[in-house]
Design a protein around this ligand. Structure first.
Ligand code: OGA
Ligand code: MN
Length: 278
């Protein structure tokens, strides 16, 4: 009898509290056969790495579609080029400066994107890892009395708040421009449909509603420090061809500093959100 090689979903943990590596082939991933398992593992682990999978843009978009609804870019394209090269980056490099600080994508939208997939095409000459923090684990490990204090708090998120991270003395025009990107009040603790809870933090978190400015800053700084401690984080050192996907509803991420003059290039696709912040 010919031996049957049983195809299976193959993965291993990278760090105890965050990130797994998926070891299936390109063909297996594109078949969609493991889509439910990939979705479940993503929610559980926050970050999935597909080492040196070398998807083309078309394959990356097709793989994204096996997992849900691909969220198109504003110009109707499937793929966005994440680079500081203004000739290639359609929104301009300005917006990417904010990505050097811990953030969640889409905090100006009621339903943020579910996940992002980044594929490395060209490495930075120095630096340029992408860092991730598991905000489910960070919430989970807080002491019970702290959870009681924090639950129910609401935070005003504003795109303009992130401007001050990289431009502490902005021109008024620039501030006005960033204000047009919107503001939104969000819960500090996101109660997901699954019953799990995660922290909603990041560079757009401007202040805790109804709390004085100093105390509000202490809460937000303290929680960012907690959520980004070593246990809850993973820093991905890119190899060309790597694909990294993160659950944008249960993680924060940031680009680590890199040579701004280099041609670091990542191609991004996104999965449309399925759950509002509540
Ligand atoms: C993003 C992002 C981080 C990076 O694409 O949303 O924050 O490392 N990227 O470029
Ligand atoms: Mn981002």
């Amino acid at each position: 009898m010919p031996t049957q090689i049983e195809a299976r979903f193959a993965h291993e943990s990278i760090r105890p509290r965050i990130a797994s590596r998926v070891l299936n082939s390109k063909e297996e991933l594109l078949s969609g056969r493991y889509a439910p398992e990939i979705r479940a593992l993503l929610e559980e682990r926050g970050v999935l790495v597909f080492p040196e999978i070398h998807f083309t843009d078309e394959e990356q978009a097709a793989f994204t579609r096996t997992l849900g609804t691909l969220a198109k870019e504003r110009d109707g394209e499937d793929v966005f080029l994440v680079t500081l090269d203004d000739k290639k980056n359609k929104t301009g490099s300005e917006y990417l400066k904010g990505s050097l600080y811990w953030h969640i994508d889409g905090t100006m939208n009621p339903v943020p994107i579910l996940a992002s997939l980044l594929a490395s095409k060209k490495l930075a000459t120095w630096g340029g890892n992408t860092g991730f923090s598991n905000t489910y684990a960070a919430w989970n490990d807080l002491p019970e009395d702290r959870k009681v204090e924090l639950e129910g708090l609401r935070v005003l998120h504003a795109a303009w708040a992130s401007l001050f991270y990289y431009d502490p003395e902005p021109a008024l025009e620039k501030l006005k421009f960033m204000r047009m990107a919107g503001e939104q009040e969000l819960p500090l603790v996101w109660k997901h449909r699954s019953g799990r809870k995660s922290l909603v933090l990041g560079a757009t978190a401007q202040h805790v509603v109804g709390v004085d400015a100093g105390r509000s800053a202490e809460i937000l700084v303290g929680l960012r420090e907690w959520a980004t401690r070593d246990d809850f984080t993973y820093s991905h050192e890119w190899k060309v061809g790597d694909l990294v996907m993160w659950d944008n509803t249960g993680t924060m991420h940031r680009a680590e500093p890199y040579d701004p003059a280099c041609a670091r290039m990542l191609h991004r696709t996104k999965l449309q959100g399925e759950e509002p912040f509540v």
